[in-house]
Design a protein around this ligand. Structure first.
Ligand code: NAI
Length: 399
C-alpha cells in the first residue's frame, strides 16, 4: 500500500520534491499550491505527460527521472485527504497560509515538515493548528536538501546539487503516535543524500539558523552608510571587517547565554548544539578555511564563500544595498526576532541583537522591538514566541 504525502508550494523546491517523491513506488504525491493560478497551470501540464526531473549526483553525473503527482490542486480538503506527511516547501513568509489551509483537515498522527523550516516554524505552526499540535509531530530541516531550479514551470526542474548532510529537528506532540519512524521515512523520500541528522531539539536549531549571520552582516556594513551608490558590489563574506566580526561575535555570545539559561531552567533540555559562530565555521569548513586565527579571518578566507557579494540593486548612479532581500526581509522577522524572543523568555539581555533589530526593522518599515522589548505593533507579523502570546520557556517545550 502506498503512503500518501502532500507537498505544499509551487516553486523550485516543490517541483523537485514532488517529482522525486512521485518516482518512488511506495509513495502517492499530492500537491497543494495556493499561489495565483499555479495549481491550474501545473495540473494542465501533467494531464497527459510526466514531469521531468534532471538530477546532478554527488559525482557530477546527471540522470533524468519522469514522474508526476497524482493530484495538483488549490483545494486544501482534497489535497489533505488520506495524507500522512505534509511538506511545506515555500519561503517562510508563505508558511502561515498553508498552516491555515491544512488545519481543518489535519488528522491525528500527521507529520508536518518544514523543508526548510526557518526560525519560528514550529511556533507558528503550533499557534495556527491549535490543539491539533499535540497529536502531530512538527519537523524542520535547516535548509532545502538540494540546490534547484525550475527549468519550465510544471514540466521540467533541475536538482543542481545535493548537500552531503542536513540537520533536522522533530517536535513530537504528547499525544502523537506516528506509525512510521520520522528520520528513516523522510530519508526514504529524499533518497541517499543528503544524510539527515536528527538534532537534539528544535529551539537549538532556531538559535543556530543562518539568520544569526545575515542581519549583523547587513547592519555592520550598512548601518553607517552615507547613502552614496557604490561602483562595485562589495564582497559579503570576504569583505568582513572588524565591526561586523565584533557584532557577529556579540550575537553569538548572546545566543550562547540564552542556551545556557534555558538549560538551567529545563534540566531535560540539551542545548549543546548552540555554539559560537567561530566554532561553527571551524567545524563546518575544516578544509575550506585557510586562516583560522579569528572569526573575521575565518570568514574572509573561506573558499566556500568565494565571490559572494552583498545584495545590491543597480541604479544609474551605481549600486545601492537591497534591504528587501531575504537577508533582512526574511532573516529579521523569521530569524533574529525569533532568537531575541527566545533569549527574552530565558531572561537574557541582548543589547547587540536589539541594536541590529532596531536598524533592520526601520529598513523594512516595521516595528517589532521597542527599546529591548518585543512589543512593537508588528510583532504579530514575525515569529517570536511573543508573536504568539508565549511568556515562558516551559511553553516552548510543552506541546
Ligand atoms: P521559490 O522562490 O521557488 O518559491 C516560490 C513559490 O512560493 C511560488 O511558486 C509560490 O508557490 C510561493 N509563493 C511565492 N510568492 C507567494 C505569495 N506572495 N503568496 C503565496 N505563495 C507565494 O522558493 P524555493 O526556491 O523553492 O525555496 C524554498 C525555500 O528554500 C526558501 O526559503 C529558500 O530560501 C530555500 N532554499 C532554496 C534553495 C534553492 O536552490 N532553490 C537552496 C536553499 C534554500
Amino acid at each position: 500500500e502506498k503512503r500518501r504525502i502532500l507537498v505544499c508550494g509551487g516553486g523550485n523546491g516543490a517541483h523537485c520534491l514532488s517529482a522525486l517523491a512521485a518516482s518512488k513506488d511506495n509513495l502517492d504525491v499530492h500537491v497543494l499550491t495556493l499561489y495565483q493560478d499555479e495549481a491550474e497551470r501545473w495540473a494542465k501540464h501533467v494531464e497527459n505527460e510526466n514531469m521531468k526531473l534532471t538530477i546532478t549526483k554527488q559525482d557530477g553525473t546527471q540522470y533524468d527521472i519522469f514522474s508526476k503527482p497524482s493530484l495538483i490542486t488549490k483545494d486544501a480538503a482534497k489535497a489533505m485527504s488520506g495524507v500522512e506527511i505534509v511538506f511545506l516547501v515555500v519561503p517562510a513568509f508563505a508558511h502561515a497560509q498553508y498552516f491555515t489551509a491544512i488545519a481543518p483537515h489535519l488528522q491525528p498522527n500527521t507529520l508536518i515538515v518544514g523543508l526548510p523550516g526557518q526560525a519560528g516554524f514550529e511556533l507558528q505552526c503550533r499557534h495556527i493548528i491549535g490543539d491539533k499540535a499535540s497529536s502531530c509531530t512538527i519537523a524542520a530541516t535547516e535548509s532545502l536538501p538540494f540546490a534547484c531550479r525550475i527549468v519550465e514551470f510544471g514540466r521540467h526542474a533541475r536538482i543542481l546539487g545535493l548537500k552531503d548532510s542536513l540537520g533536522m529537528s522533530a517536535l513530537k506532540g504528547k499525544a502523537c503516535q506516528l506509525s512510521f519512524p520520522v528520520v528513516e521515512t523522510i530519508q526514504g523520500i529524499l533518497g541517499e543524500y543528503p544524510k539527515l541528522e536528527l538534532l537534539k531539539n528544535y529551539i537549538a536549531i532556531n538559535l543556530m539558523a543562518d539568520a544569526n549571520v545575515h542581519p549583523p552582516m547587513m547592519y555592520g556594513r550598512w548601518g553607517n552608510w552615507d547613502g552614496k551608490p557604490l561602483k562595485e558590489e562589495p564582497l559579503f563574506y570576504q569583505g568582513v571587517d572588524d565591526r561586523q566580526a565584533d557584532l557577529l561575535s556579540k550575537v553569538s555570545e548572546e545566543l550562547l547565554a540564552a542556551a545556557k539559561a534555558i538549560e538551567q531552567k529545563r534540566k531535560d533540555v540539551d542545548m549543546s548544539e548552540v555554539i559560537h559562530l567561530f566554532d561553527w565555521y571551524k567545524i563546518h569548513y575544516p578544509d575550506q578555511i585557510t586562516d583560522k586565527s579569528s572569526l573575521k579571518m575565518a570568514m574572509r578566507t573561506n573558499k566556500a564563500y568565494d565571490g559572494l557579494v552583498h545584495p545590491m540593486v543597480k541604479t544609474n548612479e551605481g549600486y545601492v544595498p537591497n534591504f528587501n532581500y531575504r537577508y533582512t526581509s526574511e532573516d529579521v522577522p523569521f530569524g533574529m526576532v525569533v532568537m531575541k524572543g527566545i533569549a527574552d523568555l530565558a531572561g537574557v539581555p541582548t543589547p547587540a541583537m536589539d541594536e541590529i533589530l532596531a536598524w533592520g526593522q526601520q529598513k523594512l518599515g516595521k516595528e517589532y522591538i521597542v527599546g529591548s522589548k518585543l512589543i512593537g505593533k508588528d510583532i504579530g507579523l514575525a515569529r517570536a514566541p511573543q508573536s504568539f502570546g508565549m511568556t515562558s520557556v516551559d511553553e516552548l517545550f510543552d506541546i
